[in-house]
Design a protein around this ligand. Structure first.
Ligand code: F6R
Length: 244
């Protein structure tokens, strides 16, 4: 638990940078799972600062984003492709071919093969060294909404009504938020060698309490993280305020 989101975010950015530099010394790729949304913005800002001021290179980084809305054009303002470019990729030296984000433009019938291939690509790179996560007020991680199975893989899902209401601001109304998304599964996330879930703000306090102290249940998918030894929750005081 950190005093505020800024110091917590710097800590997470340093952890990511540590993996990247460690892998550079070994002449290996660093395979990092990335999240979008408000929570990781300051982490990405710190990574960009380290790139500019501390010679942190991303030449050996391979990234896999958790999710993308469906349908979604990559150049739309609300796409996670646009989010990642604006917050990170446009400002660092990651090779374009190393970036993976679920494709929101596919015809429905091509999605299952795309999802299997997404899993296969992660495996070909040796698996995720680290996955960073936010948490939705439904308890979702990625877009694994209530009802998601612990062994779920990358797939097309239907977004929860609360998730769409929370996204309404970005889209100018809930009616404009896509009904679906392509997300890595709980099983995909679980295979990462390190998982860091971040949450800031009083708004997340009650779901953090459920995720950390509640009964493990598909009603709150983040409770599955209690089953992993490789998980850390990085919180600010407000998000941690209801923990006993
Ligand atoms: C984003 C993602 C979501 C968000 C969650 C929290 O890629 O997978 O699980 O992490 O909805 O969103 P924010 O950070 O905007 O509160």
């Amino acid at each position: 638990v950190f005093d505020n989101p800024a110091t917590a975010s710097v800590n997470v950015a340093r952890r990511i940078a540590g993996i990247i530099r460690d892998k550079q010394e070994k002449q290996e790729k660093a395979v990092i799972g990335l999240a979008t949304g408000a929570t990781p913005v300051a982490v990405y800002a710190e990574l960009v600062r380290m790139h500019r001021e501390e010679n942190l290179s991303f030449y050996n980084v391979v990234s896999f984003n958790l999710d993308e809305y469906y349908p979604m054009q990559p150049d739309a303002a609300q796409s996670y492709v646009t989010f990642m470019k604006e917050n990170l990729f446009n400002h660092i030296d990651i090779p374009a071919e190393n970036i993976h984000i679920p494709d929101g433009t596919l015809p429905l019938e091509e999605i299952p093969a795309f999802c299997l291939n997404y899993e296969r690509r992660i495996g070909e790179y040796g698996g995720l060294d680290m996955q960073i996560l936010g948490i939705g007020r439904t308890g979702h991680i990625g877009f694994n909404e209530p009802g998601s199975a612990p062994n779920s893989g990358t797939r097309l899902v239907t977004l929860d009504d609360l998730t769409r209401r929370d996204a309404a601001r970005d889209f100018g109304g809930k009616a404009f938020v896509p009904a679906k998304a392509i997300t890595m599964g709980i099983g995909t996330i679980f295979k990462a060698r390190e998982i860091i879930l971040m949450a800031w703000n009083q708004k997340k306090a009650s779901i953090i309490k459920k995720a950390v102290e509640g009964e493990i249940s598909s009603d709150v998918p983040a409770t599955y993280l209690q089953l992993s030894d490789n998980v850390e929750f990085i919180l600010d005081q407000d998000a941690a305020s209801l923990l006993t």
